[in-house]
Design a protein around this ligand. Structure first.
Ligand SMILES: Cc1ncc(COP(=O)(O)O)c(C=O)c1O
Length: 495
């Protein structure tokens, strides 16, 4: 039976004028938000149920209309969000987000490139490869090193662990899985980011396969401990596959002895993955790069532009030394995707060279940020973040009621409030841990500056990490003043 010719259904197909109207209203909100940002609180002390009630509105059967939509967007942006791009945001390792990067994100979504296939994203695919290879060269990795833009450091670590497993297990892991041989062992330090443990779980190595090597006084992986662990495992019939060195730990910014780890990897034929999610940006600068000697010897490296290159979330960079290894790890044939390079001249399809299939054009926000600002501006700002952290350290050292917990490393410093009248007693340390935790929440709820915490050798510390191009000396001074003010108040309440 002949089916009636369907009439067009145009509801979702907005006209250029309506698109422009929405973009203008979004642009206005953005500009107003940028203007208001320094006066807004970094975060508000809001409860989950309150936020849900405010933003979890009913989804209408018919579209809202631009005025109502504008009102809702304003509620989300101005009333119920927190701002990692606020000058006072000093927590975790969460970048501020560049302005050109945000604009690039809008355009990437507008033309909706699928960076999984070259034919679906010619410019996007070429920009991504060109960008990653530019980073690889700046890290000092050899010609031919390449990679892709991933969602974050967690994914970069998963790829690194997967490559270690693939190349060093000694059997066909893709075919047989991890049951094809002895227990695989991966070496990390006690300061390594938890996503490496999770990567080992996902990769089937299990937590039992992850060896946490102790750290030295500077919280860097201990090389004698690493060697001993590898030798003991070999003796016990296990299969060492790789070492993860961290170029800038999350807690305190320490940098593992990368060159010494590379030597050990060479000696025992192990995969060398560097987690440079945080510190990678500093390794790209002329002034700070000497601290990262050995990074260029990585077999795989993860580096997060969405942290210390300040670009919007999400965009991390995975770099591999051997360009063939990504195809070995992720190449699979899908019958409905024909490569046909000899007929077409198309480039590489990242769907077969990385874990995701459909892929965002995440390289664009990094690319456009670099084009708009130029590299020198990034280099100046990264070095400035380190200078600000040194300034914070000096303010802490000068103050009789503050104590450094770990010294400035890169753009991280940790410290605590210690009342001068606190007696030496058995519960002194637990009192200080508790007091400083309360101070941290006081600071966060107040909204002027927003630090987070680190636990350094069992001690609770207030932690400042600057991956934020809007932070200046004023915020360092506020952090010190307000820590002391809240510290005195809290201590007075309990003593
Ligand atoms: C050293 C390090 N590695 C990995 C990660 C995880 O990165 P992402 O949050 O981008 O997945 C972090 C996050 O802070 C980190 O600091």
């Amino acid at each position: 039976m002949r089916v009636e010719r369907p009439e067009p259904v145009r509801d979702l197909d907005w006209s250029p004028d309506k698109a422009s109207e929405l973009a203008t209203s979004v642009g206005d909100i953005w500009a107003e938000w940028l203007e208001a940002l320094p006066e807004l609180p970094v975060a508000r002390h809001a409860r989950s149920d309150e936020v849900r009630a405010a933003v979890g509105i009913e989804i209408p059967a018919s579209g809202m209309g631009l005025a109502d939509l504008d009102g809702h967007l304003r509620d989300v942006v101005f009333k119920h969000s927190m701002y990692p791009g606020h000058p006072g945001f000093l927590a975790y390792v969460s970048g501020s987000g560049t302005v050109p990067g945000a604009a690039a994100d809008l355009l990437a979504s507008a033309i909706n490139q699928n960076s999984g296939g070259w034919r679906l994203s010619p410019a996007a695919s070429e920009i991504e490869e060109h960008l990653v290879q530019w980073f690889a060269r700046k890290f000092g990795m050899p010609a031919g090193s390449t990679g892709f833009i991933a969602t974050g450091g967690a994914m970069a670590n998963l790829v690194g662990v997967q490559l270690a497993r693939l190349k060093k297990a000694g059997w066909d892991v893709r075919e047989e899985g991890v049951r094809g041989g002895p227990q695989l062992r991966l070496y990390v330090s006690t300061e390594t980011h938890v996503t490496v443990d999770r990567a080992a779980e996902v990769a089937g190595i299990g937590r039992a396969g992850v060896v946490h090597i102790p750290v030295d006084h500077d919280l860097r992986m201990d090389m004698a401990g690493l060697r001993q662990a590898i030798e003991a495992d070999i003796e016990n019939g296990m299969r060492p596959i790789g070492v993860v060195g961290t170029a800038g730990t999350t807690g305190t910014g320490s940098i593992d002895p990368l060159a010494a780890i590379a030597d050990i990897c060479d000696e025992f034929d192990l995969w060398f993955h560097v987690d440079a999610a945080y510190g990678g940006a500093a390794a790209l600068t002329e002034e700070l790069s000497p601290q990262f000697l050995g990074i260029e010897r990585a077999d795989s490296l993860g580096f997060d532009p969405h942290k210390w290159l300040y670009t919007p979330i999400a965009g991390a960079c995975v770099i591999v030394r051997d360009p063939e290894v990504l195809g070995e790890a992720f190449g699979l044939q899908a019958s409905y995707v024909l490569e046909g390079e000899e007929h077409t001249g198309w480039g590489r399809d990242m769907a077969f060279l990385s874990p995701n299939f459909t892929r965002q054009f995440s390289a664009f926000k990094i690319w456009v940020s670099l084009l708009a600002h130029g590299w020198d501006a990034f280099e100046r700002r990264i070095v400035h973040d380190v200078e600000l952290t040194k300034y914070l350290q000096s303010l802490v050292e000068e103050h009789p009621e503050l104590e450094l917990v770990s010294p400035q490393r890169l753009s991280i410093a940790t410290f605590r409030y210690v009342p001068t009248d606190l007696p030496i007693s058995d519960d002194r340390e637990s009192y200080l841990d508790d007091l400083n935790e309360k101070i941290m929440y006081d600071l966060e709820f107040q909204g002027k500056v927003y630090p987070s915490n680190a636990v350094v050798n069992g001690t609770f510390a207030i932690r400042s990490c600057i991956v934020n191009f809007r932070t200046e000396a004023e915020q360092m001074e506020t952090l010190v003043q307000e820590t002391v003010r809240f510290g005195r108040e809290r201590h007075a309440q309990t003593s």
